[in-house]
Write a protein that binds this ligand. Sequence first.
Ligand SMILES: [Zn+2]
Ligand SMILES: [Zn+2]
Ligand SMILES: [Zn+2]
Length: 255
Amino acid sequence: MQLTFLGTGTSQGIPTVGCNCTVCLSDNPKDHRLRCSVIITQKETSLLVDTGPDLRQQLLTNSIINVDAILFTHEHNDHVIGLDDIRPLYFRRRSNIPTYGLERVHNEIKQRFSYMFGNSVYPGVAQIDTHSINENTATFDIDDIQVTPIGVMHGNLPILGYRFGRIAYITDASLISEKQIKKLSNLDIVVINALQKKEHHSHFTLDEAVEFINRIGAKAGYLTHLSHLMGSHDDISLELPKHIHVAYDGLVITH
Ligand SMILES: [Zn+2]
Ligand SMILES: [Zn+2]
Ligand SMILES: [Zn+2]
């Protein structure tokens, strides 16, 4: 199984428009962060998690020409608003692309992209088949990949993370219940959001993310959804224990 980070930045991305901080001005490519997304591949199957505003650039940079399904974490624009950019993928496969996510998230998407649905479908749009799942949905297969939805709280908003075999991808979490944490045992790799060092109402801080990784006992942890306020890739890396890494755009983990 392979996980590729397509984007690892928070909603504004890094550099942040108009900011002159050292992180935003850094010439280290690991400090340039598009909005959060990953693609998981195993054998012939590729699953895209989220379709944020940088999707077109992410597909081009990573030479992605096929996805078998899309999994949504939640409806915030930094995770869904690039949905229209799946059109070339849809034209190639010539069949509807299945999407998985909460019913609430699909309803939001149907409002934001009303021209893709219903009686008024605009000619030339991509077509998706929505499959609504929730935190109680049992593990299921999408072609070659086993998927388990994990319910997490993003401030007051219940959203989904996903487990794929022994890898889990959770972003935009600020709280995870004991019941859901049970689904995260025996992980080799966990990807978790860490926004900044300062407390935040809807995201784990650096310390909370590290504590979470240690608590579930994952062998390795990768931090994503970083704000420029967190500091540079190299500076944060120095502060972390050996098994925890700062993810960066383009990083590929093979397992
Ligand atoms: Zn986000
Ligand atoms: Zn900045
Ligand atoms: Zn969010």
